[in-house]
Each structure stands twice: as structure tokens, then as C-alpha cells.
Write a protein that binds this ligand. Structure first.
Ligand SMILES: NC(=O)c1ccc[n+]([C@@H]2O[C@H](COP(=O)([O-])OP(=O)(O)OC[C@H]3O[C@@H](n4cnc5c(N)ncnc54)[C@H](O)[C@@H]3O)[C@@H](O)[C@H]2O)c1
Length: 263
């Protein structure tokens, strides 16, 4: 029997990168998955991969903007209805932008916070009733190594990810007696839409001498923006473990996957 057979899981940010790889891994391990994202073309690609893997009959894709309250209310309700309940939630949707902090506008700051932090809150809030209807359930939120270690020009992003970590710890305690586990993954240097675009986001006068602090020590499996990276499935497998019974004693913590950058 596969580890996640019978599990009903909502994955946000599932049109690209780590969220897409996670949705496919959860399907491979037997789960029924609702893959949600704003990017409908990317969701079509997720479906095409699931078709190839012969797991598409357990996949539903829905358009959901995590930064929009109405969209989240409708999307989570549709996901729970489609799956007949929810055992786990994986909140991978996120954006990265980079600026000098002294040049960051309030609009730019609010955009990062709205998608990453408020988006995570909204999806969790709407999913909690369905999750808590089970004796055991789990949430995996996406922090980042930038929440705990210095990343230049990414202060707004780092603040949003630090907020997600603190939010997740609170959830872990508040709902532990109801069987809910809540943990964060903190990836670093994973090839994805975000990291492919990072070079383009950085200020033109970025000081490159600040970046050697962000390099993995493990041999990289791929290249992105000129830097060594791992494939998204390096994170997807850990998420599959976290939502499975193998993660039964893990809550209120982060698992860092950065190829040893911050060893
Ligand atoms: N790649 C890394 O090295 C790394 C490191 C640390 C944290 N993360 C986090 O991993 C998560 C996944 O990102 P990724 O690296 O796979 O990048 P990605 O760009 O490939 O995937 C992010 C996905 O989120 C979706 N998204 C963006 N805004 C959305 C919204 N408002 N509503 C719904 N979906 C939305 C995008 O369409 C995209 O499909 C993010 O939370 C990111 O911050 C990634």
C-alpha cells in the first residue's frame, strides 16, 4: 500500500516549481490532490505531468488567488467538496521580489506580504474546519532560509517568511490537542520559477560580494541564474514525509533544505 493512499490534500502554488513537484509526488504516493494556483497554464502543465504518470484521475486543478479573500473562500470550499474533506494542506504559493530596502515602496511591501503571509493565513483559516473534522491532520507552510539568515535586497520577502514561521508555531500549539500538526519547510537554492527570475529582480547596482554567503556546500544538480541549485523534488519528498504518518511526531518546527548553505 502506498504511504498516502486515501489522503485528501490541497496544494497551493501547484502550477510551478516546488508546489508542482509536490502535487505530483503526493499523487505518486497515492493521495487525491487539488492543485490550486493563479497560473492556469501552469496548472495545465501539472495535469499533463500527472497524465504521463497515470495519476491524473486523482488530480483536480482550480484557479485560486491566495491574496484574494473571496477567491480563497470559494477555492478552499471547492477543494474540500471535491475531495470529500481535507487531511492536509500544503501552502506553496509565493512570490519573490528584490529591492534596496530604502527604495521599497509601500505598494511593493504590501504585495509581498499579501501573497506570502496573508495568503498563507487566508488559506489556513478557510481549511481549518475541514482539517479539524479529522482526528489527525497536517499543514505544511513555506518559510525560507531568508527567514533566519541574511539575504540581501529581500527584506520584505524575508519578513513575510519569518511571519509564516511564527504563524506556524502558533498554529501547532493552538490545535495540537485536535490532532493537527503544523510545520514549515525552509528551502534554499531550489530551481523554480522564483529562482530562475531572481537575477532579473535584483537591483542593477547589487553588490555581488554579498552573495557567496548564499551558496550550497553540496554538489548542485542543476544551474539557475548562474548559481548551483537542487531540483524541486528535493523538497517535495520531505513534504510527502511531513503529511504522512512518518511525520507524526513533527510539529511546530522548520525543516531546512538548502544544500548546507547555512551549515
Ligand atoms: N526556490 C527556492 O529556492 C525557494 C527558497 C525558499 C522558499 N521558497 C518558497 O517555495 C514556494 C514555492 O516557490 P517556487 O520556488 O517553487 O517558485 P515558483 O515561482 O516556481 O512557484 C510559485 C507558485 O506560486 C504561484 N502563485 C504566486 N502568487 C500566487 C497567488 N496570489 N495565488 C496563488 N498562487 C500564486 C505561482 O503562480 C507559482 O506557480 C514559495 O513559497 C517560495 O517562497 C522557494
Amino acid at each position: 500500500m502506498k504511504r498516502l493512499e486515501g489522503k485528501r490534500i490541497l496544494v497551493t502554488g501547484a502550477a510551478s516549481g516546488i508546489g508542482q513537484s509536490t502535487a505530483l509526488r503526493l499523487l505518486d504516493e497515492g493521495a487525491a490532490v487539488v492543485a490550486a494556483d493563479v497560473a492556469t497554464e501552469g496548472l495545465d502543465a501539472t495535469r499533463a505531468h500527472a497524465d504521463e504518470a497515470k495519476s491524473a484521475e486523482r488530480l483536480t486543478t482550480i484557479r485560486m488567488d491566495v491574496a484574494n479573500e473571496d477567491s480563497v473562500v470559494d477555492g478552499v470550499s471547492l477543494a474540500a467538496e471535491t475531495l470529500g474533506g481535507l487531511d492536509s494542506l500544503v501552502n506553496a504559493a509565493g512570490i519573490l521580489r528584490a529591492w534596496h530596502t530604502h527604495q521599497t515602496t509601500l505598494e511593493q511591501w504590501n504585495q509581498i506580504i499579501a501573497v506570502n503571509l496573508t495568503g498563507t493565513f487566508l488559506v489556513v483559516r478557510e481549511a481549518l474546519p475541514a482539517l479539524l473534522a479529522n482526528s489527525r491532520s497536517s499543514i505544511v507552510n513555506f518559510s525560507s532560509t531568508s527567514a533566519s539568515f541574511a539575504h540581501p535586497y529581500m527584506a520584505a520577502y524575508a519578513a513575510s517568511k519569518g511571519g509564516i514561521q511564527a504563524f506556524t508555531h502558533s498554529l501547532a500549539l493552538e490545535y495540537a490537542k485536535e490532532g493537527l500538526r503544523a510545520a514549515c519547510v525552509a528551502p534554499g537554492s531550489i530551481k523554480s520559477g522564483i529562482t530562475d527570475a531572481t537575477g532579473g529582480y535584483l537591483p542593477k547596482d547589487a553588490d555581488w560580494s554579498l552573495f557567496p554567503r548564499l551558496m550550497p556546500i553540496l554538489p548542485a544538480t542543476t544551474e539557475s541564474s548562474g548559481a548551483g541549485m537542487a531540483e524541486p523534488n528535493a523538497v517535495a519528498g520531505v513534504i510527502a514525509m511531513l503529511v504522512s504518518d512518518d511525520g507524526a511526531w513533527i510539529t511546530g518546527t522548520e525543516i531546512r533544505m538548502d544544500g548546507g548553505t547555512h551549515a
